[in-house]
Design a protein around this ligand. Structure first.
Ligand SMILES: Nc1ncnc2c1ncn2[C@@H]1O[C@H](COP(=O)(O)OP(=O)(O)O)[C@@H](O)[C@H]1O
Ligand SMILES: [Mg+2]
Length: 204
């Protein structure tokens, strides 16, 4: 068993109601992010992230690894360093997700938005169909670059309107001079909840 597999096997999840909770992990792993299919851990002493999928999402590990291989070398995506039946190892991306930018009041600029468009173009040129492009999957790095993570759904054929909607909201609301630079987390989560349920009026 390799070291990454050993670390991934140390991660134990438990389903509590509708939530998955972490009940065990190797001390060398630091939890840095929680998604709907996996948690992300920084491996101590490295610049690498171990993404360990929940049991019902194990098959996604191979799908996401294949997409990262297809994007290898692009400055917009972390590099893949390893994968297994329930995990991926990718570059750690320093910075804040767009979600964290909104909650912490870090300004998002039109240049950032254009860079995301550039990243999506690169993915399309590599034969992919970028999907699941939302605030928690886009990171602004300390040197002001953009990186996209969570590329598992880049091979689906269905079109995803999330990025188009976010872009419209950015220009229509966020760029408005009276729009607050910082939003309470509860408000953000409520908006995301209603959006996912299809209960927000269409903005496009
Ligand atoms: N390589 C990475 N560098 C920094 N943070 C990451 C990285 N990968 C994941 N994260 C953090 O962990 C969260 C969950 O990871 P993600 O890959 O989006 O999981 P899911 O597929 O379940 O949505 C992200 O929203 C982000 O905050
Ligand atoms: Mg995600």
């Amino acid at each position: 068993m390799n070291q990454y597999e050993y670390l991934a096997n140390s991660v134990v999840y438990l389903v509590r109601g509708s939530k998955t909770v972490l009940v065990h992990k190797d001390p060398r792993l630091k939890l840095i992010g929680e998604g709907r299919s996996a948690f992300a851990f920084l491996i101590s002493g490295t610049d690498l992230v171990l993404k360990v999928f929940f049991p019902e999402f194990h098959r996604v590990a191979a799908e996401e690894a294949a997409v990262y291989e297809q994007l290898a070398g692009s400055r917009f995506f972390p590099n893949l360093h390893g994968s297994g039946s329930n995990y991926l190892v990718i570059d750690y991306v320093r910075g804040l997700t767009l979600y964290q930018c909104l909650v912490n009041g870090r300004t998002i600029s039109p240049d950032h938005i254009e860079e995301v468009d550039h990243a999506l173009k690169v993915a399309r040129e590599n034969g992919l169909n970028p999907s699941d492009i939302h605030l928690r999957n886009i990171i602004i790095t300390p040197d002001n670059n953009i990186k996209l993570i969570d590329v598992a759904r880049f091979r689906q054929s269905k079109d995803c309107s999330q990025w188009k909607d976010l872009k419209t909201a950015f220009y229509k609301f966020y760029m408005h001079e009276r729009f607050p630079r910082k939003l309470p987390q509860r408000a953000m989560d409520l908006i995301a909840f209603f959006y996912k349920k299809g209960l927000l009026p269409s903005i496009n």
